[in-house]
Design a protein around this ligand. Structure first.
Ligand SMILES: [Zn+2]
Length: 171
């Protein structure tokens, strides 16, 4: 889940996407600077720029660039982890190939024997946490990353843009 920063907002103004709030004091300033303050890169107002080293003025985005970024962000967000269809068999075969009984295997990973049994017969879907644990213990792959794409822009339009989003996209 993305976290939202309260002191940061973007707005669409005169055809430009402008980051308007200082990351430090929250002041609305159209001319923010990208500055290095105590080892952290922040977008700050001119007053707060004094606390660190100014790297560059904050880049402003055209709507086209903005939409591209939102789309990218949306693609990232829509990745969902799902259990592979044959997860039960994969786990069973993985366990057997290690020469472990259900009980041995359950003990090894601190789970109940009944849990392993149910998973192997497909009666129980492991949580993502447990699935990851099983993958690691057995050296198998049972989680599939699923990607869905929707009408990203329509949903995002009113939500605005936060510092969290900004950092994510920059990577
Ligand atoms: Zn400031």
């Amino acid at each position: 889940m993305r976290t939202r920063s309260h002191s940061t907002a973007f707005c669409l103004q005169k055809g430009w996407v402008i980051k308007i709030n200082c990351d430090l004091c929250g002041k609305i300033d159209e001319r923010l600077n990208r500055a290095l303050i105590e080892g952290v890169e922040l977008n700050v107002c001119s007053a707060c720029s004094k606390f660190g080293k100014v790297l560059a003025p904050v880049k402003r985005y055209t709507p086209k660039e903005y939409h591209k970024m939102v789309q990218k962000m949306e693609e990232k967000e829509e990745k969902v982890d799902l259990l592979a269809e044959g997860y039960a068999d994969i786990i069973k075969k993985g366990r057997e190939s290690m020469g472990l009984t259900q009980k041995d295997f359950a003990n090894k990973i601190n789970e109940k024997e009944s849990t392993i049994h149910k998973i192997e017969i497909g009666a129980l879907e492991p949580s993502l946490h447990l699935a990851k644990k099983l993958e690691k213990a057995l050296g198998v792959k049972i989680i599939e990353e699923y990607e869905e794409r929707h009408e990203a822009l329509n949903r995002k339009k009113e939500e605005g843009f936060t510092l969290g989003d900004f950092i994510r996209i920059k990577k």
